[in-house]
Design a protein around this ligand. Sequence first.
Ligand code: FA5
Length: 343
Amino acid sequence: MLEELKEIRLKAFTELGSASDFKELEQWRIRYLGKKSRLTQILRSISTLSIEERRNTGAHANAMRKSLEEALEEKSHALKTSHFAPSLENRVDITLPGYPIPIGRSHPTTQTIEEICQVFQNMGFQIFEGPDVEWDYYNFEALNIPADHPARDMFATFWIDSNRGMKNRLLRTHTSPMQIRVMEQLKPPIRMIVPGRCYRYEATDTTHESMFYQVEGLAVDKNITMADLKGTLFDFCRCIFGDERKVRFRCDYFPFVEPGVEIAIECLACHGNGCRTCGYTGWIEILGAGMVNPNVLRGVGLDPDVYSGFAFGMGVERIPMLRYGIDDIRLFYNNDIRFLRQF
Ligand code: FA5
């Protein structure tokens, strides 16, 4: 039996050496290691041998099975390497340049906010941020807009909850609540700006979104006048739109300022002739402003006979609209990458 084992071994290794693909390898496995192979038969018959033969033949047969299995494993690995390597080389041209990885960029609104902040920082304004979810007190009450004041209609509100029938928390309709929060914390002189999201429960159109950005501004000190307000805001308009662009400055009403004004810029889409984008007026309003109402100063413990101030709140998206002739504010938040990657 030992002789037979030697013969099987010699034959098996010779045939394994000449196996050139996986099909031949599988046939080899069945022939030498399969259930019906001679080696398996020998291993099964070992129990019928005498003790002496059993020990000798059993050890040889088991060692042979092990070495055949190892040789099979090795050959299979060698075949895999030689099988895939040349075909990979044929399919992949490693000299070709790689695919470019698209690089992200800031949203046009973020870019505009950064630019606005830079202009005001150069004038000495500090930057603050405040909560999107606001109390009725800060959004309205402390800004001289008590409950049932008709001016609440100017700000169509998303309410969040109410307290025993009293509406209480909301998504801020403007960044002006931060005027109060900052004046509660800091003593004049104050020069601050606040960029942030605002929400209004209103139908959208070419210049109105239900979620948009504003930058609030506030300056409080002794002897601040309307001339400071006008000079600051005209300087800002020149920095952003250049010297040539027409700026309209006229009266407006906001309960938290007195007097109140608004600034509008000539529409780029129609050069002031009137079009769908500007609602056929030739102008797009970018900000409301005014001298801080004495009631507001009193509410935060400042004496209006000693201190005065100006405040403004500007719509951020309207600035790139006016600069680049974008005819619909809704394009900013549609997430169309073809629009966004232009900036
Ligand atoms: C206000 O929100 C006042 N808080 C501004 C203010 C601050 C006045 C301080 C006085 C002193 P108004 O609702 O007009 O005002 O909005 C200010 C600017 O935000 C507008 O000029 C416009 O540029 C922008 N804006 C207003 N509503 C929308 C909207 N729905 N979508 C996009 N931009 C808007």
